[in-house]
Design a protein. Sequence first.
Length: 312
Amino acid sequence: MPRVSSALDLLDHTPEEADAFFATEDAERVLGLVDALSDRELALLVDVPHLRTSAVRHVLGRLGEFALPAPLAEVEGVVEFRVEVPQGVPEVHLLVFDGDGVSVAPGGTHRPDVTISLAAVDFVRMVSGGSNAALLLLGDRLRVDGDEQLALRVGGVFRVPGRPGVAVDPSAVDPERAAAVLKGVKDRHLDRLMSGGFREVVLDQVFTRLPEFLDEQRAADTSLVVAFRIDGRPDGGSDRVTVYVDRGSCRAERDADGDRDATLVLGGAQFLKLVTGHLNPVTGVVRGALKVKGDLNAALTLYRIMRIPGRG
């Protein structure tokens, strides 16, 4: 087989040579070759049907090599990947998890419990560790339909060769990058995200990590209690989280009783925009995107003493 020093060399290989490469080459080396490509260069490769089909088939077929036994044993269900290609209908691939392992099945042979849809370039970046699935989801470049909890569990099953951690770890998402990918994303997508199975993950990450973003110097003489009422829960209800700031420290508590200085009432999309610096609370109040019950100044003070990711 001809030597491959760059992934672009595969453009000159026959379909049989390319298939043999993906079937036998060391996984870490393949990922390294993919990482070295720009998105434009990667698009050149995935636009070639036989290269795209061979790469996807062998990547999925070798996933079992990189599964962590304990999480894998907890997963049962059928995951469908719909890979959107530049021309033609999406290509469908199925992964079947049975509690003992994972196998690839031909499209149409099983009814999926969850369908994950994304563009071919994003799919390759995701499975090679070059893109974070959570960021693709936030940025409306990945869509999940069906059992969202199954999608989350599957993401925690696989490690990326040569890299620490698992493929999908919400706690590893960089807040600044999350703020960047949310810029310009439509409210419709954010509301959908916050009305499904990923809502709890988002709320947990935001409020668990909240103390990291308190500006201790600005908050040194501040004591206040501000609650959030975040509407749009899947059951039609709201989540209530209270933030306590006490002279340079803070904590968050779910469904807390007691007095508070102010309560912010807002929907899921506006909450995500607020905590990533894409919604100023004053602007939100003026436009009716959020409401403040109680002391408006207390709510604005909380915003000012936080180092909000993405806020200029």
